[in-house]
Write a protein that binds this ligand. Structure first.
Ligand SMILES: Nc1ncnc2c1ncn2[C@@H]1O[C@H](COP(=O)(O)OS(=O)(=O)O)[C@@H](OP(=O)(O)O)[C@H]1O
Length: 206
């Protein structure tokens, strides 16, 4: 499929709902990924509004806060999500019994940890769901890499990546949650990131 990226990004790059409708209108196999971080209900609401049965992919690394697990259940129920949960091949208990607690960022074992709890499960999710369109809630303010992104891009495998909320602020996201009666959760941690504004590799690899 040939897409005029420059035109789409110019015409719809700042129109989140318009971009979602355009991407769904392509009629291709589509997924949305979520980690249930703050404001995730926005992308999930916006995409399921256009395509209620879209597969929602979550790699549950096993290290989420109790609040995040409760938030995941609440949003899934409220929006009737078709949630596909991908777990690492080893449980957290198994890993910690033989390797100890989460390795720090400067620990040489940290890369293998990220591969095990996030990247391998995502590669498996991509193989099993075989999408042509991938929605995320990436935001330009997340990292320097994302600040340079376009809302629509095509990766080397031909996967169309759509980030409708790229240019949204927290204030915009908050207002959307209020307008649509959506829950939120700020008690979120990602064990593959020691700090904010770090890329863990998922979006660099895909
Ligand atoms: N665990 C897990 N499960 C499913 N999807 C995930 C996961 N981690 C990252 N992502 C997807 O990547 C988007 C950016 O998340 P992060 O900045 O937290 O992480 S990452 O550095 O990209 O891995 C993230 O953005 P959101 O759409 O805001 O959730 C997801 O689309």
């Amino acid at each position: 499929m040939s897409i005029d990226l420059a035109r789409i990004n110019t015409e719809l790059g700042r129109n989140a709902e318009g971009l979602v409708d355009w991407a769904i209108g392509l009629g291709q196999p589509t997924i949305v990924t979520t980690n249930f971080r703050p404001f995730e209900a926005v992308i999930l609401h916006m995409v399921t509004r256009a395509k209620p049965d879209v597969p929602v992919v979550w790699m549950d690394n096993g290290y989420n806060t109790e609040a995040t697990y409760r938030f995941a259940d609440e949003v899934t129920k409220q929006l009737g999500l078709d949630l596909h949960i991908y777990l690492p091949r080893r449980s957290r208990a198994h890993r910690e019994a033989v390797e100890g607690p989460t390795p720090a960022l400067d620990d040489p074992r940290h890369a293998a940890f990220t591969e095990e709890v996030k990247l391998e499960p995502f590669a498996r999710a991509l193989r099993e769901t075989a999408p042509k369109v991938w929605f995320t809630a990436l935001r330009a303010t997340d990292t320097a890499v994302r600040a340079q992104m376009d809302p629509v891009s095509v990766n080397p495998d031909g996967l169309i990546k759509v980030a409708p909320l790229l240019h949204w602020s927290s204030k915009d996201l908050y207002a959307y949650c209020e307008a649509h009666g959506l829950p939120n959760n700020f008690d979120y941690v990602d064990p593959t990131k020691g700090e904010d504004n770090r890329e863990c590799g998922l979006h660099l690899a895909h």
